[in-house]
Design a protein around this ligand. Structure first.
Ligand code: FAD
Length: 290
């Protein structure tokens, strides 16, 4: 049965711990229920958005006037057949990578520390340490706006750095198949551990954030440009450019979406003045910004 609430605080559903209420919020338990919710939103004439773990989202302080559909635990099955790992959209990347490790399959180590869902990772083409989702994805099962469900091959998803065409075409990720290779469990575990250590050492994981604030501009590193423009530690309210890693914008307490947006704009302004480079947000903005 669909779990539903009205005026659901979205800060509860984002790793930033920021965001006003979603007018309608629903956690479906099966694909038919996703279709049902979309029909309902259309019937009411309101927009809808599908989210995973909210680890790349900034929801406005005014909330989302429409329906937020969250694919969570009910969509978290992961199975393995031969060298193919199949995961539902709501499965955590870490859980999928853990399953690959258990079965002695390599290729997914890079994703083990990314705190998002498989669905969000496919949309964002999440990546780390030189690998991206597109390098291991073979096909994705998508729900189309007309209700059709089909497996779509990697080549049709227009993958590029932190880009796919999945969302722009109004489609919802239901499942993904990843093509992995047999490997030694000890090596796979070793790589996952070393990536995990790097994250703990370099990233401000003790504060709520949405990961890297900006996409990496061609030929540069966003964090380095931000630091060189003198923005490390810069604050607006409780939003701050991390002292530990300038690529991260953190919520040091009660930051609002407005604080974050103003800080994002200020950093863009300063980096452009200093280096002539236009930083583009990697974080997805949804809802009403006051
Ligand atoms: C501490 C930290 C570290 C991070 N490190 C990395 C990193 O190393 N590399 C990296 O790439 N990212 C990183 N991120 C960002 C984030 O974890 C990834 O982008 C992740 O893939 C987002 O998944 P999600 O489930 O949280 O998506 P959400 O934030 O919920 O959604 C992201 C986008 O995908 C859409 N979406 C989500 N699920 C679906 C679906 N099933 N169907 C259609 N659309 C959907 C949403 O509408 C939204 O536009 C990090 C974030 C944090 C907080």
């Amino acid at each position: 049965m669909i779990k539903r609430t009205r005026n659901e605080p979205m800060w509860l559903h984002t790793t930033f711990r920021i965001g006003g209420p979603a007018e309608y919020y629903a956690e479906p338990e099966c694909t038919e229920e996703i279709g049902q919710l979309i029909e309902e939103a259309r019937g009411r004439g309101i927009p809808y958005v599908v989210i995973g773990r909210g680890s790349n989202l900034l929801v406005g302080d005014g909330g989302y006037r429409g329906m937020v559909i969250c694919l969570g635990r009910a969509f978290s099955r992961v199975t393995v057949m031969g060298n193919t790992l199949e995961a539902q959209a709501g499965a955590m990347l870490g859980a999928a990578a853990g399953c690959a490790l258990e079965r002695g399959l390599k290729g997914m180590e890079f994703a083990s520390g990314i705190p998002g869902s498989v669905g969000g990772a496919l949309v964002m083409n999440a990546g780390a340490y030189g690998s991206e989702i597109k390098d291991i994805l073979s096909e994705a099962e998508l729900l189309f706006p007309d209700g059709e469900i089909a497996w779509v091959p990697l080549e049709a998803l227009d993958y590029a750095y932190r880009h796919s065409n999945i969302e722009a075409l109004g489609r919802i990720v239901l499942r993904a198949r990843f093509s992995l290779q047999p490997g030694e469990r000890a090596d796979i575990l070793g790589l996952m551990k070393s990536y995990g250590e790097k994250r703990r050492e370099k990233q401000p994981l003790e504060y709520p954030s949405a990961g890297s604030t900006f996409k990496r501009p061609a030929g540069h590193f966003a964090g380095q440009l931000i630091e060189e423009a003198g923005c490390k530690g810069l604050r607006v309210g409780d939003a701050q450019i991390s002292e530990k890693h300038a690529g991260f914008l953190i919520n040091t307490g009660q930051a609002t979406a407005r604080d974050v947006r103003m800080l994002v704009e200020e950093v863009q302004r300063r980096v452009f003045l200093h280096a002539g480079v236009e930083l583009k947000p990697e974080i997805q903005f949804i809802g009403e910004f006051l």
